[in-house]
Design a protein around this ligand. Structure first.
Ligand code: F6R
Length: 606
């Protein structure tokens, strides 16, 4: 988590850093700070809270510099106070550091450094790095000191250093946390994510793991952790057609919900042809040969997409599929043969839990990843990757990436079916025809957002919610419940409809709101019984069903309808209602929808 930015060049460094940090705020927003060199000393400006507060403080100082580093924090070690805010500096205030990641052995290092009389001014793990460098600099030149420092650190780190005595020097280092370096016309940029600097550059170096960038007096070189120089080639920076602006929407989340039809179109187009009845997701088909089992690894919302994908792989290709939370997968002792294919799903491509899970099986099993970021760590560590083409998702709550992941899983499962001929070509064509209609059907729902708003406003004061779904819409219930809790802070829980009677039904009382995802699919009759059981006990039913389902309507206190759709694709429509319902409830409660408390968009710690 956390975002870091660095700049040296001809322009006003603090403006560029602030702009970059604003774009990286999705990585954490507990506090933010900058450091630069002034009168041969490190100067820091730091604020608890969001980047806008820091911006105000910087503007008041009227300082203009041409080199600076900045940080936006998601607190791990040490609460979000001003003292714990990055940048941190050494005892003599000669070196400043910003850090994204976690130093696992920081307590041992801190003990050792304290014994050598280093004075610490924060509770962070990061501060040990800068003191360790200070200690090394007493004995070695800069480059050797850097190598000695980073080679004793355990954990993950993307680091930037500046030095009071060398104002033209900036050092960037990457291990297990992302870092990008770019240059344009003698302006030099570092950022955790390309969105932090994409408006200034056309090409960028997406650094490999264990890389040092040594930038001094407008000259730069790349080194590995042994100190050997290495070659890295810049890549073109894709300018997204989805702009990082709210475009008149009140929140990024709302804009991103409304972008879903376009995101699906962009994600699926060019990957299939109905005329030829063919699918090509851009993955070498040899990966689809002799698959006996599929394991999907993912977290949070991406895990819910995986749960939906499971049905696609099992039904379209007959391959037994399981879905694991990446965070828990690591602890399992599994005896998978080479014939198990792994699929990692991650919007950011940086989720530490998923990265750790794929590293466990890398080299032994083939891994296909589905991410929204082409140069992310997860795409780079997979045997093949397929990108969702959603454009950047800024709101912390995932929306458009979720539905785009589902559409890609659908295509991937069909392309395996195409290879194994598990289902007939005519069937594949009819699935593709149904998929092509989805964006229009999504638009029909989005056009009715006002009616969803009205219903959400009836319920916004409730203290807790239950969600139910069955079969392929059970993951939609899980996702809807997650959306509600993360952005509105209302407690909610989701269950497979059939599980209510095994315990949770005891929670139902007069007026308990229950959201039932019950479109016309193979589970519809059963979920109607579950709804009935809940209603009998006083639940207020907010249902999502298929147009014309009068029986469901008669059981519902409020009902949202989708058009008739192939049962495998219904999650792409029912989800939209759950997203808008959560959004409007949170809106009414007046909370920070795009940046809910305690969260960050990219979870790069375990
Ligand atoms: C919820 C949400 C998170 C992420 C999870 C995994 O709205 O966004 O639950 O889905 O942190 O992130 P990725 O997909 O980047 O691996």
């Amino acid at each position: 988590m956390c975002g870091i930015v660095g700049y040296i060049g001809k322009e006003s460094a603090l403006d560029i850093i602030i702009e970059g940090l604003k774009h990286l705020e999705y990585r954490g927003y507990d506090s933010a700070g900058v450091a630069f060199v002034e009168k041969k000393k490190i100067k820091k400006i730091r604020e608890k809270g969001k980047v806008d507060l820091l911006k105000k403080s910087i503007e008041e100082t009227k300082i203009k510099v041409h080199s600076a580093i900045g940080h936006t924090r998601w607190a791990t070690h040490g609460s979000p106070t001003k003292e714990n805010t990055h940048p941190h500096s050494d005892c003599k205030n000669k070196i400043a550091i910003v850090h994204n990641g976690i130093i696992e052995n920081y307590l041992d290092l801190k003990r050792m450094l304290k014994a050598k009389k280093h004075k610490f001014s924060s509770e962070t793990d990061t501060e040990v790095i800068v003191h360790l460098l200070e200690e090394n600099l007493k004995h070695y030149p800069i480059f050797d000191s850097i190598l000695n420092t980073i080679n004793v650190l355990k954990g993950s780190f993307a680091l930037l250093f500046i030095f009071a005595d060398y104002p033209n020097l900036m050092i960037g280092i990457r291990k297990n946390s992302p870092l990008i370096f770019a240059e344009k016309e003698n302006n030099f940029y570092f950022s955790s994510d390309i969105v932090g600097i994409s408006s200034y550059v056309d090409k960028a170096y997406f650094l490999d793991d264990e890389t040092i960038v040594f930038l001094n007096n407008s000259k730069y070189s790349f080194f590995d952790f042994k100190g050997a120089e290495k070659k890295i080639f810049p890549k073109k920076v894709e300018k997204s057609s989805f702009f990082i602006e709210k475009k008149g929407y009140k929140h990024f989340m709302l804009k991103e919900i409304f972008e879903q039809p376009e995101a699906i179109r962009e994600t699926i187009q060019d990957r299939y042809s109905i005329e030829r009845g063919e699918i090509d997701v851009g993955v070498d088909e040899s990966l689809f040969e002799n698959i006996e089992k599929i394991r999907i690894l993912s977290c949070g919302t991406s895990y819910h997409a995986g749960l939906i994908g499971q049905f696609y792989f099992e039904n379209f290709s007959g391959i037994e599929t399981s879905v694991s939370l990446s965070s828990e997968f690591y602890y399992r002792d599994l005896e998978d043969t080479e014939s198990t294919l792994f699929i990692a799903i991650s919007q950011s491509g940086e989720t530490a839990d998923t990265l750790k899970a794929i590293r466990k099986i890398k080299g032994k099993n083939k891994i296909i990843s589905i991410t929204n970021v082409s140069e992310s760590s997860i795409t780079r560590e997979s045997d093949a990757f397929i990108l969702t083409h959603c454009g950047p998702e800024i709101s912390v709550a995932a929306t458009k990436t979720f539905t785009s992941q589902i559409s890609l899983l659908f295509l991937l499962a069909l392309s395996i079916a195409q290879k194994t001929e598990y289902i007939k070509k005519e069937k594949i064509i009819s699935f593709l025809e149904e998929l092509r209609k989805i964006p229009i059907q999504m638009e029909e729902i989005l056009n009715k957002s006002e009616s969803i708003e009205k219903i959400a406003y009836k319920y916004y004061q409730k203290e807790s919610f239950l969600y139910i779904g069955r079969w392929i819409n059970y993951p939609v219930a899980l996702e809807g419940s997650l959306k509600l809790k993360e952005i509105s802070y209302i407690f909610s829980e989701a269950y497979a409809g059939g599980q209510l009677k095994h315990g949770p039904i005891s929670l139902i009382d007069e007026g308990t709101p229950l959201v039932a995802v019950a479109p016309d699919d193979r589970a519809r009759n059963n979920i109607l019984s579950n709804i009935e059981e809940a209603k009998t006990r006083g639940a207020e039913i907010i249902s999502i069903g298929t147009k014309g389902d009068n029986e469901l309507l008669s059981l519902s206190d409020a009902m949202f309808v989708i058009s008739p759709v192939n049962e495998f694709l219904s999650p792409l429509l029912t989800t939209i209602y759950t997203q808008l319902f959560a959004y409007f409830i949170a809106l009414r409660r007046g909370v920070d929808i795009d940046q809910p408390r305690n969260l960050a968009k990219s979870v790069t710690v375990e």
